[in-house]
Design a binder for this molecule. Sequence first.
Ligand code: HAM
Length: 423
Amino acid sequence: MIKAIKGTRDILPPESALWSRVENTAREILALYGFAEIRTPVFESTELFARGVGEDTDIVSKEMYTFEDRDEQSLTLRPEGTAPAVRAYIEHQLQQESSIAKLYYLGPMFRRERPQKGRYRQFHQIGAEVLGSDNPAIEAEVLEMLQFFLKQIGIEDQTLLVNSIGCPVCRPRFLEELKRALAEKKVQLCLDCQRRSETNPLRVLDCKVESCQPVIDSLPKISEFLDEACRAHFDKFLGYLTSRQIPFTVVPRLVRGLDYYTRTTFEITSGVLGAQNTLIGGGRYDGLAEALGGPPTKGFGFALGLERILLVLQQSEKQVAAGPAQLFLAPLGEAAFEKATLLARDLRQQGIRCLLDFEARSLKSAMRLANKLQAQYVLILGETELQTGRYLLKRMTDGTQREVREVEIPAALRGVAVPVSQG
Ligand code: HAM
């Protein structure tokens, strides 16, 4: 048997309905905040991610699905959506359209990580990017939008963590101090961190290995090294969060796993998830457009992991089940079946979710099936019913049934009073 590749999953009904609900809610809320959808290709030139995300990051150095095309060009399945969105913004000169571009995307991303709960090799993100503004009020607005989204889909247990990682002016001094401190404690670090302390010392800060934690706690904090402009930006951002009544925790070691970040970084975590508890991650990336060969463009954005959102929803009781059919049509005999096909068409056109039984079966087994499918009502079409034009409508929750004419069906399903007889 051929199976799905390790780290990938099929999204099946009824779970797929929950996916749609989350995606639709996100689209509605993103539109309320002025974001428009962008769809970029699933593969890009490898250089885009090497330059955008950074050669020394885990993503680029060990997790990318990279392959050589027949013309020897190196291609990579996108591990994230920010670099592609900024590439498209530069390529199509979207800055000319308006001073601020607000773009969102939704789709699969690929990282060759070790699969575990909440971590897959193909996973799905909804992400949004604001290009062309360095105003911290934009950052607070995006976080307000995320709070609204989480509330709308029914996720209450979540925590917002924020930090500022400075800018290319003030960060080098911090990195120097960090390197110096790390060199002194190198032997106490895990092998990965020993390497990182040379190549990318910031990454040591979010190492999860137990034995590294006491060292990390003793390291210098970026907040002590922010220059005046970065400090003022961060203070304003925190002020805007406070005035919007958005609770947050400042976490000095929050550095994120991608190299393009400057100043504000954030994560939203959920206690319901295990080790992979970050639902949403994002931040500011004021140097990315230039690094990709575009005009200087400030940027801020986020991406949420849909699988993780779904894991949280599936664990909470608030989850709205995928809507089962409102009406199951049970025709008895061939003439009734013909009638049922046309009736189903007409009812669906009136917005009623119908299921039609295509197998010839007894009334008893049709009822059993309707029950299994959790249909709310069953409409029985037998020979007598065809002749009289009055059908038997059975409510599955309590077994009550009534006779209805064709035109009465939609109203009866919507609960409008029609004489009910006990069945
Ligand atoms: P990221 O933190 O790498 O950021 O990913 C964002 C979210 O994608 C994570 O918080 C998580 O929910 C989900 N995610 C990441 N890797 C996996 C995985 N292997 N399996 C399942 N879910 C995963 C970015 O990708 C940035 N582009 C976000 C951003 C946009 N920053 C600015 N703009």
